[in-house]
Design a protein around this ligand. Sequence first.
Ligand SMILES: [Zn+2]
Length: 173
Amino acid sequence: MSTLTFRIADVEAEQGKKSYSFELKPDWVEEAVLDTEYSAATNIGTVSVDIRLVEQDVVVTGRFKAPLSAICGRCNSRVEFEVASKLSAYICPAASQADLPPELELTPEDLERDYYEGEEVSLDALVRETILLEAPSQPRCEGDCSLDLPEPTEIKRESPLSALLNLKKDLKS
Ligand SMILES: [Zn+2]
């Protein structure tokens, strides 16, 4: 599912600078966090980016908000939270990747580059990766949720033996 896309021609038509806003719908977020401890929350997130063209290269700066939910590690209840972060990327046409001689040593800067093919650029992978990078590794409720747990005295105590005897009585009657 690719929904965070824009056309190079549209940015060229605006003198090489254009801003975009996208919605992050729960079904998009759900797919982005598949196979992780996170799920999508019910509300809708946002992505807003400024796109600048440097010849055929694309400079992306902006930010996003992604509502997520997860199980709190303290009280086991589902907690909703928002992952918000800056976005930045330098995206080159895929053809320029092939131009590099194979023996050329890649600098760390080169490795951070993304590539696009054709007339359209998709930011889906960039946003997905940034969400997973910025999501809290141990989601917790805000505040001290362990205080909300029932007091031990409120739990009805019954020894396994008496439970068994009660069961026997029930069966006989
Ligand atoms: Zn909690």
